[in-house]
Design a protein around this ligand. Structure first.
Ligand code: GLN
Length: 389
């Protein structure tokens, strides 16, 4: 048979999602793929039950049901601090995974360069390959995951079409400061590039850090393609509801890409999620309180086990340092961790451009009892995993 497409040869399946399958096989506590094991808000589920008996079983408008876009526009106008027009500034997608892909396909021609900070969320590698973009990686230097201004400007000098900004950042938990964002904005303007954002953790930003929407910075609305989703904010990762917010000319193009990729997000789920989009500010304050408590619980547990780790400023991931075990392959370490310790993690090498093999990513979007269970199992990590030195 003839070879399959060359564009699919450059990447593997997602290691994040592969780890979830491994966890299921060996009954490990799955702290790899980031999704909650607690219920979404009751009001959303009650509305979902009603919706099944109403008339929402056929396609909605391809770029999003009117009711959903209106509720989303109202909510995002409030948080982004600018008027979002539900009819011209939004495309509703199947998760922010599709939003990011549609954004890349809308902005980039094959051969164009795109700046990606490393570490990065693993999808961006495949997004770049599928859209024909060539990534220019700019390191975020640990421990603070701070970019070097000269390194960033050197990347901009290579004539990129866009920069991808994941803020708050998965996997390192960085929340970009206003100063950093203003510097990126000044380069985007100077070198005339787009900025494609992934802001799915916009509501999980720990005090004293603040989320600043890139599109809200002076002069940035015109060149920003903001991608996000309802997955993390309302604990509905399986509903696959995401969106792009951008100026009308970008949205017109993104609508076309989206229409032929997926036609549309699930109509009944859009209708049920409107209930969440209409929640008042108290909901987001409570969500943050809940995740702050989970972060504190989990990091304290890691400290008690003397496991070195990052302290996330946002999102719900923590990177653990496994240098002491002396493994060449962090993937092999994660497989052993799942099988012999019973905890699922993602190898750090899935996120870094640099040859990093001493970090693994765990997430804490889980019930407290699940986190305690994972910590209890991690207590055995040094006993059960043979040192390779
Ligand atoms: N964002 C989640 C993670 O990093 C997973 C998202 C997904 O698998 N689509 O684990």
């Amino acid at each position: 048979m003839p070879a399959l497409s060359e564009r699919t040869q450059g990447f593997t399946d997602s290691v994040i999602r592969r780890m979830t399958r491994i966890c299921m096989e060996c009954d490990a506590v799955n702290l790899s793929q980031g999704f909650p094991d607690f219920d979404p808000p009751r009001e959303i589920l009650e509305r979902l039950a009603e919706v099944t008996r109403e008339d929402f079983h056929q396609y909605s408008i391809t770029w999003g049901a009117q009711n959903f876009r209106e509720a989303l526009a109202e909510k995002q106008s409030r948080f982004m601090g600018r008027e979002i027009n539900p009819n011209t500034d939004i495309v509703v997608t199947c998760g922010s995974t599709e939003a990011m892909m549609a954004a890349m396909m809308s902005v980039v021609n094959p051969g164009d360069k795109v700046i990606v900070f490393s570490p990065f969320y693993e999808n961006y590698g495949a997004d770049a390959i599928l859209s024909g973009a060539q990534p220019i990686y700019v390191p975020l230097h640990p421990p603070g995951f701070i970019f070097n201004a000269d390194e960033l400007e050197a990347a901009f000098r290579q004539n990129p079409k866009a920069l991808i900004l994941c803020n708050p950042s998965n996997p390192c938990g960085k929340v970009f400061t206003r100063e950093e964002l203003m510097f990126i904005a000044s380069l985007a303007e100077k070198y005339d590039t787009y900025v494609i954002t992934d802001e799915v953790y916009e509501h999980i930003v720990f005090e004293p850090h603040k989320h600043i929407y890139f599109a809200s910075l002076p002069g940035m609305w015109e060149r920003t393609v903001s991608c996000s989703s309802l997955s993390k904010t309302y604990s509905i990762t399986g509903w696959r509801l995401g969106y792009i917010i951008a100026p009308p000319d970008i949205i017109e193009t993104a609508k076309k890409v989206h229409d032929f990729l997926t036609v549309g997000a699930a109509a009944p789920l859009q209708e049920a999620a409107v209930t969440g989009l209409r929640f008042g500010d108290g909901y987001y304050a409570d969500l943050l309180k809940k995740y702050t408590a989970k972060r504190d619980l989990f990091l304290k547990g890691l400290d008690e086990l003397n496991i070195a780790h990052t302290v996330p400023q946002g999102a719900y991931y923590v990177l653990l340092d496994i240098s002491e075990f002396g493994f060449e392959s962090d993937l092999e370490f994660c497989e052993i961790l799942a099988r012999d310790v019973g905890v699922g993690a993602v190898p750090g090498s899935s996120f870094f451009r640099e040859p990093v093999n001493n970090l693994i990513r765990l997430h804490f979007a889980k019930k407290d009892e699940t986190l305690y269970d994972a910590l209890n199992r991690l207590e055995n990590m040094r006993k059960r995993i043979p040192y390779r030195k």
